[in-house]
Design a binder for this molecule. Sequence first.
Ligand code: SF4
Ligand code: SF4
Length: 102
Amino acid sequence: MKIKQGSSWRDVPIAGNILEPGTSAELKTGAWRADVKPKWHADRCIQCSQCWVFCPDVAIRLDDEGKVCGIDYDYCKGCGLCASVCPEKANAIEMVPEAEEV
Ligand code: SF4
Ligand code: SF4
């Protein structure tokens, strides 16, 4: 593929192509999770929605009223972003070993 750079054209490799669009629901990104997973504590959650906003896989579940109600482990990759953005005063998400019951 050629892209224009200033007045000249440059060859760049084609990468990151999505060959079959609309497959995100079928791609269970939770299978990528390795050692840890998030554990949500309902009793500590202050419903600030930061985890939902930042989760790259839309794996934070919301109830019918739009409130955080858990984690969809089919899609959670275990990146820990939700635990990082959860306010310190709430500390409602902790990363636990994959084998732990949640
Ligand atoms: S660990 Fe990552 S992928 Fe899983 S719910 Fe948290 S932010 Fe989303
Ligand atoms: S970031 Fe923490 S306190 Fe905020 S909604 Fe998510 S779990 Fe609850």
